[in-house]
Structure formats: structure tokens, C-alpha cells
Write a protein that binds this ligand. Sequence first.
Ligand code: UD1
Length: 332
Amino acid sequence: MRTLVTGAAGFIGSHVVEALEEAGHEVVGLDLRDGGGDVRDRAALDRVLGGVDAVVHQAAKVGLGVNVADLPDYASTNVLGTATLLAAMAGHGVERLVLASSMVVYGEGAYECAEHGGVRPGPRAEHDLARGDFEPRCPRCGLAVSPAAIGEDAPADPRNAYATTKLAQEHLAANWARETGGVAVALRYHNVYGPRMPRDTPYAGVAAIFRSALEAGRAPRVFEDGRQRRDFVHVRDVARANLAALGGLGTRAPGTLSAYNIASGEPHTVGEMAAALAGERGGPAPVTTGEYRLGDVRHIVAGPQRAAAELGFRAAIPFADGMKEFSTARLG
Ligand code: UD1
């Protein structure tokens, strides 16, 4: 099968290319970085789409962003880029798509209230964060809630520009599928880490920030109280998830988009992740600072069952092994 991978020179895209090639796919790459071209450039797309059977769309502007000045760039790269790609795919009769989406489309994770069952708290108030009260509360009674795994049917609640544009990509891909009879799978990545992860920038994920700090001899700065939970999933597992999704596209109902959590299924706190990396490198030990970012959610952990049942994907790299490798791996 001939497959176009957008963002082929990037962190996740480069691992996807390797996994596809190992499995015998013929891969065509498109990436800004190696001069191949931009997904917003229809002529560049026309040059690479000929004879392609499927597209794995990884190219995107990622991260939390700095401020509203970033909005046009997120919208342009992620929304206009995906729209241009889908239009070009329709022009070339390409009917199969795997889309890199993100758990950020959910916003805050899922919670259980002892009184009200499953609830979805809204954004945390700044005055609560400022006095070190980090846990969301039940939106109905205000009492404490406990975090639960989020399933794919949870309503979307994007809370920043990146999240909004990732959700827009899913909607555009669903529109494309319905109108062309194409088939799309959206992979909602949880916190991806591993070799070639981009270094410390305002757009970097927390694992890369901690790793960069340790490399420079600085202590990882753990925000809030360090007990916020995430699902850290290794990039080679994410690449395998793309391969699994691609392999199953031919058997799916035409005109549909389906979304899957791509996660390890074993949540950890940010404090545990900092301690694991610092331990592997022999320090400095993390410091918990109580700082907070208004756009952050408290806990977001996944239910990986649907991906296991329908894609046959299960993460294989345990947290301890992955962090050990990442503690000395090359960054991007
Ligand atoms: C991250 C990505 C998001 C991606 C998602 C799933 C960023 C900024 N966010 O979301 O784009 O879709 O994973 O792959 O890339 N923290 C610290 N110290 C720091 C920085 C962060 O303790 O120096 C904490 C934050 O307060 C937060 C947690 O680490 O509680 C995770 O932060 P981060 O990786 O930036 O964002 P996510 O919301 O998990």
C-alpha cells in the first residue's frame, strides 16, 4: 500500500514512517522541515498524492501556545492545512485517512461524584488555583470528585487554540468522509513521549521540558502539587497505533469517522514522571512549585478499551522502561 505521511520529519511522524516501512508500506513523506512542502500548499499536495492509497496526517502546529497572537497560526496550519489536504485527497480519489488528534479535545477529564455519578467539571477558578486548591469540584454540588478514565463518547470541550483546531480537524474529516464515501480514523493521542521529542520550547510537552531541565543540570519544576494525572504513552506505541488503524481502514463502513483514545492505560502523576526521569539521570531531584497555568486541566486519563477492541492496539512499552530510555534519548 502506498501511504502519504504528512509531518513525516516530525517527532511522531518520523516514528510513523519507520513503523509503516517496517511493515512493508511504501511511504511518501511531506514535511515543511525537509523542504518537501506545506499541507496548505495544494500544488505540493498534488505532487505527492498521485497513486496514493491512504493518508496519515500528522503535520500540525502543536502545544499550548503562548497567547492569542498564536491563534491565526494554529487556525492556518491545523484547520486550513487539513481542509486543503482533504480537498486534494478528494481530487485524487484517495479515500482512506488516519488523523492525528488529541485528548485535548475533551478538555477536563472525567470525574465521579459520590452524590451525582459521572460529571464533567468546567474550568477551575483562578482564585482556587492561587490558594493551592487544584482539584476540580462537582459542578452540581461543589463537593470533591475522583478522576475516572475518559471514553471516546465524552462530549468535546476544547479549552485552547490547539484543542479547538484539533477538534475542527476531526469535524472536517467527518465532513470529507460523508461527502466522498471515504473512511477516517482519528487517533486521540494522550501524552506522547520518547526519542526525538522536541526540546524545551513554549510549545513542548512536560516530559520534554523535564528532560531538557535535567540535561542542563536543573531540577524539573513540577507545577501545582504534582498530583495531576496524565497517561504517558511511548511514541513507538503511537506509531504502532497508526499502523493498526491504517490496516483496518479497508473493512470500515464508508462515509464514517471513528475516534480512539491512544493511551497506555496506566496513568501516572506528573510528579511521578518527574521523579522517574530524575531518578534515571541521577538528579537533580524535582521541585514542586505550586505554579499553575490557567489553560491546564487537572487530570486526563484514558479508557484504552475501544482501541484494543476495534483497532487491536494495546500499548506495549511499560512506563518505567520508556522513561529509562527517554532519560538519555536524543531529543528533536
Ligand atoms: C499535552 C500537550 C498537548 C497534547 C497532549 C496529548 C503541550 C503544551 N500540551 O497536554 O498539546 O495534545 O499533551 O499529547 O504540548 N507541567 C509541569 N511543569 C512544566 C510544564 C508543565 O508540571 O514545566 C505540568 C502542567 O501543569 C500539566 C502537566 O504538566 O499539569 C502536563 O502539561 P503539558 O504536557 O504541557 O500539557 P497537557 O495538558 O498534558
